[in-house]
Design a binder for this molecule. Structure first.
Ligand code: ZN
Length: 411
């Protein structure tokens, strides 16, 4: 996906603002001797920005607009050290609301909907973003926040909530509770807007069928406004991304080089009009790909695939980027095998090999099963793995997160 002339002009405008403010990235650009980009090639020479840089700028080093224009800050959770603080101007807040309202519209949500918001409110961008977009659209917000399932279900019934906004895990919990209590006929939900995270197709189907709703994946991260920078449409062919506000690239996380459209890699985002804390080429560590071609809905906004995991999960085998979710999805199609699996990658006689261990009971033909799995995996990732079928209970289990991928190449 090429950067357009208009987007280049917007990037230049942001570079100028960063330099003028002499904020954290302004200093970086000055040190790198960059004051302008004139072409795609120039753009690709711009240094990446990283979450660690953002932490270094704590507390307000990212602030690029004058302080009297800053109306709010948000912060990403500081579970691994110093939090990141992102300042917003009123225009940033308005732009975010515009993007979020567009997400709701693309999901077919209207002013007549009653939007039940379960993500948390506070320093982070979740609940408040869902609320902003809802108010901008003109629908009725029911600002529940997380937890207290009894109260959630009571309000959902009394108010006749039609849209559920939540994480996939909370949507699953609500699905199970609604079934357990036998109140499905009292629930008016039609759609779910789910904060995009890695979730399996099985889980998606379970929620969609359990609640009888259509599901939409919404994408975003605190460093870049928050949720609402993209969503899938009714054709469910990937998430449309609002390229009038952000420019999105996919790079090879190992080399930093752009990958061709259609190939998986790391999402890198540049904010085109953000004032409070513009970010240039921000590495999200989220894995996805640009979906080539145009969507049957006719919208011109580019599309990305659902998030496939984090770059830390990715393996490069025989020159191909592979990640566990791809293998997991193939294995999920085989009812004969358990949910346990193990991937071992080794390097023998100058060649990478991938072995996949799966478990089954003694009633199936191991050779036939292994051949069928290998074929399916090949059609997904492009090369044939060695599939080893073992008896149920053979693969290691642990209370903690089980190591499913073992890379023996670097031992
Ligand atoms: Zn579409």
């Amino acid at each position: 996906m090429q950067i357009s002339e208009k987007q280049l002009a917007q990037v230049n405008d942001r570079i100028k603002a960063l330099l003028d403010a002499d904020s954290f990235y302004g200093k970086k650009l000055r040190e790198a001797g960059i004051s302008e980009v004139r072409s795609t090639e120039d753009f690709l020479k711009l240094p990446f920005s990283e979450k660690n840089d953002l932490r270094e700028a704590y507390p307000l080093g990212l602030m690029t607009a004058p302080e009297d224009q800053i109306v709010r800050i948000h912060s990403s959770s500081g579970t691994t050290g110093t939090p990141v603080i992102i300042p917003y101007t009123q225009k940033d807040v308005d732009d975010w609301a515009t993007m979020f309202a567009r997400c709701y519209e693309v999901a077919g949500i209207t002013k007549k909907d009653r939007i039940h918001i379960t993500p948390g409110y506070g320093l982070w961008t979740a609940g408040i973003g869902f609320q902003l977009g809802c108010e901008k659209l003109g629908a009725m917000a029911i600002p529940m926040g997380p937890g207290n399932t009894d109260k959630q279900l009571e309000m959902m019934q009394s108010l006749g909530s039609t849209v559920l906004c939540s994480t996939s895990s909370y949507a699953l919990l609500l699905t199970e509770e609604i079934e357990k209590r036998g109140i499905k006929d009292k629930i008016k939900l039609k759609k779910g807007v789910i904060g995009s995270e890695r979730w399996s197709d099985k889980m998606r189907a379970r929620i969609a069928e359990g609640l009888g709703i259509e599901l939409y994946d919404i994408y975003g991260l605190t460093e870049i406004y928050g949720p609402g920078i993209g969503i899938n449409c009714e054709h469910n062919t990937g998430m449309h991304i609002w390229d009038d506000f952000i420019y999105l690239e996919i790079i090879d996380p190992k080399t930093g080089e752009p990958v061709p459209d259609g190939e998986f890699g790391e999402i890198v985002i540049t904010t085109l009009v953000k004032e409070g804390a513009p970010l240039i080429r921000y590495r999200t560590h989220d894995l996805s790909r640009i979906i080539p071609g145009t969507c049957p809905c006719g919208r011109h906004y580019p599309r990305i695939d659902v998030i496939q995991g984090r770059t830390d999960d990715m393996m490069k085998i025989k020159g191909v980027n592979v990640f566990p979710k791809q293998i997991e999805e193939v294995l999920a199609q085989f009812s004969e095998i358990s949910s346990e699996y193990q991937i071992r990658i080794s390097h023998l006689d100058g060649k990478d090999t991938m072995r996949i261990y799966v478990e089954t009971n003694g009633h199936v033909d191991f050779n036939d099963l292994s051949r069928r799995i290998a074929e399916k995996v090949k059609s997904r990732i492009g090369f044939t793995p060695i599939v080893k079928v073992v008896e149920i209970g053979v693969l290691p289990r642990s209370m903690k997160k089980t190591a499913r991928v073992i890379d023996e190449r670097y031992d």
